[in-house]
Write a protein that binds this ligand. Structure first.
Ligand SMILES: Nc1ncnc2c1ncn2[C@@H]1O[C@H](COP(=O)(O)OP(=O)(O)OP(=O)(O)O)[C@@H](O)[C@H]1O
Ligand code: SF4
Ligand SMILES: [Mg+2]
Length: 337
C-alpha cells in the first residue's frame, strides 16, 4: 500500500528572546530538516528525550504550528498550502490523542459533548446522525452508553483516555497522532489502552504517528521507529531492525534503559548511560548534535554533521562511525556484563 503520510525536509523554528545584539532575531530550530513516510494502516513511532522535537513535528503535520520549511503530503496531497474549506477537510483527516487525559478534556462538558465536538466543528451531519456516531464510538472504545451523560471527573484516568480516543475517531480520520497517549497512566492501564489502540487500528484502518519518550512502550506498537535527538532524526528503521541492531549510539543507550526489551540481548550488553543533558537547543553543537554526550565521539564529530543515510534497505542512520557493514560503534566499547 502507498504512503498515507509523506513528510519531506520539514523544519519548524521558534523565535526566542535572548539578550545580545539588538534587532538580531534568535531562533530555536525545534525540528530541523526531517523526512519520513508512513504507509496506510501502519504505525510510525517517533521516540526521543524531552525537548527532541517530537510534539512540534507532529503539530506541524497537523497544521497546528506553522512549518518553516518542507512538505507534508496526506494521501499524495500537499497540506501545508491549504486554506479555508480545503484545510477544514484536511483537518478531519488528522486527529490528535493527547498525553494528559486530565487536562485535555473540558471539565464542564459531558462526555457525549466532548466526543461530538469535532463533528460539530468539522462536519455538517444532522444532529440525529451525530448522536448515532457518538453512541457507536462509546461502544468502540469500551465505554457504556449511560456514561455519555457523565462529566470527565466521574471517569478514571484510563476511561478519560478512552473518551479522548473516541473524540479523535469522531470525524473518521485517516491519520491519528498519539502524543504520549499512555505516559500519564498506570502500567496496567497502559497495556489496556495500547491494546485498544491496536484493535481500533485494524477496525477503522487507521494510520498512527505514535510519539513516546519510551522505546519500551513502542516495542509492541510500531511498524517502524524514528529516533529524534535535538530536532533531527538520528536513526529510522523497521521495528525489528531497530530493536535487534540499533546502530546510533543514542538509540543504543535508549534501548539499554528499557527493562522489558529482549532479556538475552540485555544480558549481552552493559547498560549504557548517557551522561548529562542535551545542550542548549538555541546553540546546538555544529557537528553531530550528540557529540557532547556520545561515548565513542571522534574529533571529526565536533565539526562535521553526519548526514542521515541508508546503510541497509530501510535502515537510515546519522553517525560518522556507521557504514554499510551496519555495526554499532558501541560494540567496540561494550563488554559483556
Ligand atoms: N511554542 C514554542 N516556543 C518556543 N520554543 C518551543 C515552543 N514549543 C516547543 N519549543 C521548544 O522546541 C523544542 C522541542 O519541543 P517539543 O515539545 O517538540 O519536544 P518533545 O520531544 O515533544 O518533548 P517532550 O517529550 O517533553 O514532550 C524544545 O526545546 C522546546 O522548548
Ligand atoms: S557522529 Fe560521532 S558523536 Fe555523533 S553519534 Fe556518531 S560517533 Fe557519536
Ligand atoms: Mg512532547
Amino acid at each position: 500500500m502507498g504512503d498515507l503520510l509523506d513528510v519531506q525536509n520539514l523544519s519548524v523554528r521558534f523565535e526566542v528572546k535572548r539578550g545580545g545584539v539588538f534587532g538580531k532575531k534568535t531562533y530555536l530550530h525545534a525540528v530541523d530538516d526531517i523526512s519520513f513516510a508512513v504507509k496506510k494502516g501502519e504505525t510510525l513511532a517517533i521516540v526521543g528525550e524531552s525537548g527532541s522535537g517530537k510534539t512540534t513535528a507532529a503539530l506541524a503535520v497537523a497544521r497546528l504550528v506553522n512549518a518553516w520549511r518542507g512538505k507534508v503530503a496526506l494521501s499524495g496531497r500537499d497540506i501545508l498550502g491549504l486554506e479555508g474549506e480545503a484545510l477544514r477537510q484536511a483537518r478531519r483527516q488528522v486527529q490528535f490523542i493527547f498525553q494528559d487525559p486530565y487536562s485535555s478534556l473540558n471539565p464542564r462538558q459531558r462526555a457525549e459533548a466532548i466526543v461530538r465536538e469535532p463533528l460539530d466543528s468539522l462536519s455538517d451531519k444532522p444532529d440525529a446522525e451525530k448522536q448515532e456516531i457518538v453512541a457507536g464510538l462509546f461502544k468502540a472504545v469500551g465505554l457504556r452508553p449511560e456514561q455519555q451523560r457523565l462529566f470527565p471527573h466521574q471517569f478514571s484516568g484510563g476511561q478519560r483516555q478512552r473518551i479522548g480516543i473516541a473524540r479523535a475517531l469522531a470525524t473518521r480520520p485517516e491519520l491519528i497522532i498519539c502524543d504520549e497517549p499512555v505516559s500519564a497512566l498506570d502500567v496496567a492501564v497502559q497495556a489496556q489502552i495500547l491494546n485498544l489502540l491496536r484493535r481500533l487500528q485494524t477496525e477503522f484502518g487507521l494510520t498512527y504517528l505514535f510519539i513516546s519518550h519510551d522505546l519500551g512502550v513502542v516495542q509492541h506498537m510500531s511498524d517502524s521507529i524514528a529516533v529524534m535527538y535535538m530536532g533531527k532524526i538520528v536513526e529510522h528503521a523497521d521495528r525489528i531492525s531497530l530493536f535487534s541492531n540499533p546502530l546510533h549510539p543514542y538509540t543504543g543507550a535508549l534501548l539499554s534503559a528499557v527493562p522489558s526489551v529482549d532479556k538475552a540481548r540485555r544480558a549481552a550488553t552493559k547498560r549504557i548511560l548517557i551522561p548529562g543533558d542535551p545542550p542548549d537547543p538555541v546553540n546546538p553543537p555544529k557537528g553531530c548534535r550528540f557529540v557532547t554526550r556520545c561515548p565513542v565521539a571522534e574529533a571529526r564529530c565536533r565539526d562535521v554533521p553526519p548526514p542521515l543515510r541508508e546503510v541497509r534497505p530501510g535502515h537510515r542512520i546519522a553517525c560518522h562511525l556507521v557504514d554499510e557493514r551496519a555495526v554499532s560503534p558501541l560494540a567496540a566499547v561494550q563488554a559483556p556484563a
